[in-house]
Design a protein around this ligand. Structure first.
Ligand SMILES: CSC[C@H]1O[C@@H](n2cnc3c(O)ncnc32)[C@H](O)[C@@H]1O
Ligand SMILES: [Zn+2]
Length: 428
């Protein structure tokens, strides 16, 4: 069964048929047995997968995470954000090396691939060191080099190095990632914007995540975070704003008018009690809403199936409207919309369509929680699990087959991660 999705419009419909890949593109999407036979004849040596009883669909796009924070998963939970950052997260991060971050990134990417995520937008330290990691594992990524006022001088050369390292790989984009409008000065926000413009890069930041942020920004600049960033010229179609929870109607209009991609992270928002993003109001205003997991300390996993489900549930719960964020719209946020957030044109990624990039996943529907298939989209969003994904293709390459990630020795990875975490915790 094939779920093509579409760039816009109504609920997607499935069909029984064939999907053919040539190089890194989808070259055939058909219900015709004759067309499939023609494709087979024109491509001798083709590898074929029997997907009867399974679903072929676009890979999921996680538009906001800190993948290397897998090393800190469950390190400190059920405490307030500031205590969490100051007493646990930042001391741990201060002892991490670039190699540790690359290792954490490896674990995060493996978790995402096994959960059907074919593209992700990251925001962390040492992203220059992670270019090689991402290239090797085969996933598609936008790596955002995070900075604060305190380390901006260190990070800017890392951005330039990362741009050079990623130049030969279309799957990897580099981006500027000032942490937030309350931790980065206007001068340094503009410094990042200038570098982004120089290389044509995206820019991402946390926007209006907490009431505290709104208060601090108002006290410092007399504006909302959106007004402040907009006044600096930071908002545009190459901007990804994570969270966007505490936004006014006028902020929403601005986000929509500038073409900013909003990354909605419902599980993180619930876990650290940040609030509920007005997703339905943002969608109604025409803003590009997408879905992200955030880091594994505030979630605590990178499971986009759970995130989709939570996004739909949370909007229904918060608005009191069971019609809010229907399943197929939630799925669109995590496929076609996510692809647009990463700069891909409509129809180029996040859809199963001839000519699109071949980022596909195969979901095994032969599971008790996915039967019967009255509505496959509802099943995916309301019952789907990361572990239902059995095959993953990124850029035309098979990176997960029978739930094995190509080129990764999982026991060795887990042992390496455990050793690194023990060393960092011991302060060695
Ligand atoms: C965003 S990576 C840079 C920096 O931010 C810290 N961080 C991770 N998650 C959050 C969050 O939800 N709010 C604020 N800051 C966060 C991370 O540990 C890094 O130090
Ligand atoms: Zn975040």
């Amino acid at each position: 069964m094939v779920l093509p999705m579409t760039a816009a419009g109504n609920a997607p419909r499935t069909f029984a048929g064939w999907v053919g890949v040539d190089g890194n593109r989808i070259a055939l999407v058909t219900e015709s047995e004759t067309a499939a036979a023609g494709f087979r004849a024109a491509h001798p040596g083709l590898r074929e997968f029997d997907c009867r009883g399974k679903l072929v669909m676009p890979g999921l796009v996680n538009t906001h995470c800190h993948a290397a924070m897998t090393l800190q998963r469950s390190l400190a939970d059920d405490i307030a954000l500031m205590e969490w950052l100051h007493d646990y997260i930042w001391p741990f991060e201060a002892r991490q090396t670039a190699d540790d971050v690359a290792l954490g990134m490896t674990l995060g990417v493996v978790e995402m691939l096994l959960g059907g995520v074919t593209s992700f937008v990251d925001m962390y330290y040492f992203e220059n060191r992670c270019v090689e990691t991402v290239e090797r594992l085969g996933i598609r990524a936008m790596l955002g080099c995070n900075y604060f006022d305190s380390n901006v001088d260190e990070v800017m050369p890392q951005v330039e190095e990362a741009v050079r390292l990623a130049a030969g790989c279309d799957r990897v984009q580099i981006a500027l990632a000032p942490h937030s409008p309350y931790t980065v000065s206007p001068e340094n926000l503009l410094r990042g914007k200038r570098l982004a413009d120089k290389y044509g890069l995206h820019l991402m930041t946390h926007i209006s995540e907490t009431q505290d942020e709104v208060r601090i920004v108002r006290e410092k600049y007399g504006k909302t975070s959106v007004e402040h960033l907009d006044g600096l010229g930071l908002l545009g179609p190459k901007t990804i704003g994570a969270h966007c929870i505490h936004v006014t109607d006028s902020d929403i209009e601005t986000l929509a008018a500038r073409g900013v991609a909003v990354s909605h992270n419902p599980q993180s928002n619930m876990k650290i009690s940040s609030g509920v993003a007005p997703v339905e109001r943002m969608r109604a205003a025409g803003a590009l809403v997408t879905v992200g997991t955030d880091g594994t300390c505030s979630n605590n996993d990178l499971d986009m199936f759970e995130e989709l489900r939570t996004a739909a549930f949370l909007q229904k719960s918060a608005t009191g409207d069971p019609v809010a964020l229907p399943a197929w719209e939630a799925l669109r946020l995590a496929t076609a919309n996510g692809a647009r957030a990463m700069g891909y044109a409509d129809g180029e990624l996040g859809v199963v369509r001839e000519g699109a990039l071949a980022d596909l996943i195969v979901v095994d529907l032969q599971k008790p929680h996915l039967q019967p298939v009255n509505d496959v989209v509802s099943n995916l969003v309301y019952c789907g699990k990361a572990s239902d994904v059995d095959t993953v293709v990124v850029d035309g390459r098979i990176v997960v087959e029978n739930r094995c990630v190509a080129g990764v020795d999982l026991p060795a990875l887990y042992a390496g991660v455990a050793a690194a975490v023990a060393r960092i915790k011991a302060g060695r």
